[in-house]
Design a protein around this ligand. Structure first.
Ligand code: GLN
Length: 535
């Protein structure tokens, strides 16, 4: 019998529900339980694929090609779960299913209603990932009190009604500290729980997000007003390093309380590797400066997996990675030498649209000529290939049809649309594809194997018609997709570290298994920094 933990949030958004849920997952895995996590988002988009990263943050991509909420990235980084499209649901996706059934006449003349039809469909989707998992942790997006989360809350209430002690509720709230009176305030938590109880949900555990530990009096007050036992009122203190959260929760014995509530036996909690990892992260022996040249510099969350992958790569060397975001457009009017002078390594990440492209291409020229380690991801690989075509292969005006449809040299184009290779319905290449590596290349050495699998999210492809011309000019094509003969990785010779990949390696990096490309890139950037210092 699979057990369910439903995680809700109150008071305000962005309290870290996803990280809290992922940390609970980590703790339960540390007792040997098999778990997975699911995210439910109350908005009406069918998935976040079409949403602006400014608004919604990163679109995380799973192996099976689902475009999902960024919290799934936390789930995969904190636990060993492998998420799929069944791990992320939105109100839009639920309604889409229901409306299709309605049109097919599956409701046999009945009136289709939120209760029971929508709530039944939501409950069905909780089981979509139950399989042979001992525990499913379900995060309900939004904040309790929002109109649009109501059907989800009603569905989890009904789950409790039918499954009893196999279901528990964890509620995350804010306990703010008031500077003026010098005290922690519990009222927002009281109100949020009151709201939950009004719709029939009594939380079993309260996680209190706060900037300082809660003393017994405060916990007692929250316990009294919310009807939650004292030991289940948990301090969720702000942390500098998100990977500390499971360790803080363990100190509060959150894992033991959860297991006891679910009637599961605690086993020996094994967090040895995790603890060592956090210690390494928090005690770096040196640092390195990485410049990210792109768009969306404003919102940290738009590139959350990338930031994490760089952090993991640094931790592998026990080096702190300082990331500086540079708006690509800045380079179009300024001097790269000046703007990029502090960089020990340069990364051009994935992105969409023409804005800033020329600045990114200038960045590549700078990194290539000055032997600064360069990593181009997806759009970054497009820029690196265009730069090579223009400046080394002598193909003036080389471009991608994404940025200039009239270009005489279409180095990148919507290949599958022209050749009709993919008939997947969507317009993007999404999810897991295999890639065969060329022996003796940088990529071959870094991965140390012949075949790898990485995740994609893009429309444009390297144009096969230019492959031999660019190879002749010295471009190294070190990875190709064996099924469709697509170029997946490019490199240049006589450079300490220069690599562009069509896929997004950041989606597969985990703190305990840093991605080899990031580990290698940070290592090379650090070596560059040391050379720079001594020369
Ligand atoms: N805009 C490019 C494409 O669609 C690159 C996408 C990306 O960087 N993920 O092919």
């Amino acid at each position: 019998m699979t057990k369910f933990i439903f995680v809700t949030g109150g008071v305000l958004s962005a309290l870290g529900k996803g990280l809290a849920a992922a940390s609970i997952g980590r703790l339960l895995e540390s007792h040997g339980y098999k778990i997975t996590l699911q995210k439910f988002d109350p908005y009406l988009n069918v998935d976040p694929g079409t949403m602006s990263p400014f608004q919604h943050g990163e679109v995380y991509v799973t192996d099976d090609g689902a475009e999902t909420d960024l919290d799934l990235g936390h789930y995969e980084r904190f636990t060993s779960t492998q998420t799929t499209k069944a791990n992320n649901w939105t109100a839009g996706k639920i309604y889409e299913i229901i409306l299709r059934k309605e049109r097919e006449g599956k409701f046999l003349g009945k009136t289709v209603q939120v209760i029971p039809h929508v709530t039944d469909e939501i409950q069905k989707s909780f089981y979509a990932v139950a399989n042979n998992n001992d525990i499913v942790i379900v995060e309900i997006g939004g904040t309790v009190g929002d109109i649009e989360s109501l059907p989800f809350l009603e569905a989890i209430r009904q789950m409790k009604l039918s499954l009893g002690s196999d279901v528990i509720f964890v509620h995350l709230t804010l306990v703010p500290y008031m500077q003026t009176s010098g005290e922690l305030k519990t009222k927002p938590t009281q109100h949020s729980v009151k709201e939950l109880r009004a719709i029939g949900i009594q939380p079993d555990i309260i996680l209190c997000r706060t900037d300082r530990p809660l003393n017994k009096d405060i916990k007692g007050k929250i316990s009294l007003f919310t009807n939650v036992p004292l030991n289940a009122v948990i301090t969720a203190k702000d942390v500098n390093n998100i990977y500390e959260i499971p360790l803080h929760f363990a100190r509060e014995e959150l894992d033991l309380i959860i297991l006891q509530r679910l009637g599961l036996k605690p086993k020996t909690r094994d967090l040895k590797k995790w603890t060592t990892m956090v210690r390494h992260m928090n005690n770096p022996r040196d640092e390195v400066n990485i410049a990210l040249v792109g768009k969306y510099a404003g919102l940290q969350d738009s590139y959350i997996s990338l930031n994490q992958a760089l952090f993991h790569g640094g931790a592998a060397h026990q080096i702190k990675v300082n990331i500086s975001w540079i708006e690509a457009e800045e380079l179009e009017n300024g001097s790269p030498e000046k703007i990029l002078q502090e960089a020990d390594g340069i990364l051009v990440p994935g992105g969409f649209g023409v804005r800033g492209i020329e600045g990114k291409i200038q960045t590549v020229t700078y990194a290539r000529k000055n032997h600064v380690p360069f990593f181009g991801i997806c759009l970054g690989m497009q820029c690196a290939s265009i730069e090579f075509a223009r400046n080394i292969a002598g193909l003036q005006d080389a471009n991608s049809t994404e940025f200039n449809k009239e270009t005489p040299h279409q180095i990148f184009f919507k290949w599958r649309e022209l050749k009709g290779v993919f008939d997947l319905g969507g317009t993007m290449r999404l999810g897991r594809y295999s890639c065969t590596l060329e022996k003796g290349t940088l990529a071959g050495r870094i991965y140390g194997k012949n075949e790898i699998h990485e995740r994609h999210r893009h429309r444009f492809e390297f144009n096969p018609e230019y492959e031999s011309r660019l190879r002749e000019a010295g471009l190294v094509i070190s990875g190709k997709n064996p099924d469709h003969d697509l170029v997946e990785i490019i490199e240049i010779k006589d450079h300490p570290w220069f690599l562009g990949c069509q896929f997004h390696p950041e989606f597969k990096s985990k703190p305990l298994e840093p991605h080899p490309l990031f580990t290698s890139f940070i290592g090379a950037s650090y070596a560059y920094r040391c050379r720079k210092k001594t020369s």
